[in-house]
Design a protein around this ligand. Structure first.
Ligand SMILES: Cc1ncc(COP(=O)(O)O)c(C=O)c1O
Length: 354
């Protein structure tokens, strides 16, 4: 099995450590560990290894699923990885642009068909997905709200997409890691019916990526296959991660309200900046990610981002990492002073290249 290098991670590995400002982190700024009880007691494996049954029941209920239909993982990344290993055999359909692993892993396992969101609004065309589905399609993969565009496909489109999948006996996996940053989150895809699989975690909406805690909710057959693979990857979720994630979940109203407010305030700062510099963007529906069109005078996203980081020590994410070279991704979840500083640097760079 061969897998493409994860272009976005390789770009970060190249430039992030030495740069002053990271304007490309996709989630909301991290919360401080001091806000939680950080003593989980004995640091053994989580037993049962699928995760604490009571907490799984809570997370499962949020998805209209039971504890048995819920498994805890080391981040959303592992939940997606194990779902692909468990479900993808012949063919998968992937809605793009999307987070690199959501297209690269299915492509390493089977034939895939990409279905692009319609540029420049990045709307989901359910008909195009229906046309791409074959009798042997095991899985359709979608990320909602979407990274990199920040677009949130509405509930009617998502339900229509689910029906198309279910009619074909195809699973629909929705990566919902940004869902709870939405003011009014739509129901998780796992609650739509037996073919719905939701993956998510506490990294992006809660600002707790360091916990490496996530989950998958879906049909028992898929959860059982995921657990089977998980015995060979991480065995159990992190005990520490589960301990803190549980507190965060219990306090989600407070924490999510704080994070949504932070994201909304930062969004205003970005809107003002883009207007001032006559740049157009994907106007995200929620979250802290957006696609911005590469300004004139640059060969593409990578040339723009590379010149910028060399001149101003500010990291943006080139659209090439999402197969969309005319765009770059901005992540505006960072602390506001850093955002303002970073945008000021981008502003001087743009002025010099005007
Ligand atoms: C859509 C999407 N899924 C999953 C991940 C990884 O999430 P986690 O930190 O929960 O593994 C990311 C990280 O950027 C992401 O954007």
């Amino acid at each position: 099995m061969r897998i493409e290098p994860f272009a976005l991670e390789r770009w970060f590995a190249e430039v992030e450590a030495d740069a002053d400002i990271m304007l490309a982190e996709s989630g909301v700024r991290p919360l401080d560990a001091g806000r939680f009880d950080t003593d989980p007691g004995e640091l053994g494996y989580v037993i049962p290894t699928a995760g604490d049954p009571e907490f799984r029941e809570t997370i499962g209920a949020h998805h209209d699923r039971s504890a048995e239909e819920t498994v805890f993982t080391c981040g959303t990344q592992e939940a997606n990885f194990l779902a692909f290993l468990s479900v993808v055999d012949s063919h998968a359909v992937v809605v793009t642009p999307t987070y690199g692993s959501l297209s690269a892993i299915p492509a390493a396992l089977a034939e895939t068909t990409d279905v692009p969101l319609s540029d420049p609004d990045w709307t989901l065309d359910v008909e195009s997905v229906a046309e791409a589905i074959r009798p042997d399609t095991d899985l359709v993969v979608v990320n909602n709200p979407n990274n990199p565009t920040g677009r949130s496909h509405d509930e009617a489109s998502m339900r229509a997409l689910y029906e198309v999948c279910a009619d074909n006996g195809t699973y629909l996996l929705c990566d919902e890691v940004y869902r709870l940053l939405d003011e009014d989150p739509m129901p998780p895809v796992a609650s739509f019916g037996r073919y719905g699989i939701s993956t998510a975690g506490v990294s992006k909406s809660f600002g707790l990526a360091g916990l490496r805690f996530g989950w998958l909710c879906g049909p028992t057959a898929v959860v059982a296959a995921v657990e089977n693979w998980k015995d060979y990857t991480t065995i159990s979720p992190s005990k520490f991660g589960q301990h803190v994630a549980r507190q965060a979940w219990d306090r989600r109203e407070e924490l999510l309200a704080e994070n949504r407010e932070h994201a909304a305030a930062n969004r205003e700062v970005v809107v003002e900046f883009l207007e001032e510099h006559d740049l157009s963007w994907s106007a995200p529906d929620c979250g802290t990610n957006a696609f911005v069109e590469v300004p004139e005078g640059f060969a593409g996203g990578e040339s723009f981002c590379r010149s910028l980081v060399e001149a101003e020590s500010v990291v943006l994410a080139p659209g090439e990492a999402f197969d969309r070279p005319d765009w770059f991704r901005i992540g505006f979840g960072l602390p506001q002073e850093e955002l303002v500083d970073g945008l000021a640097r981008v502003g001087s760079f743009l002025q010099r290249h005007a």
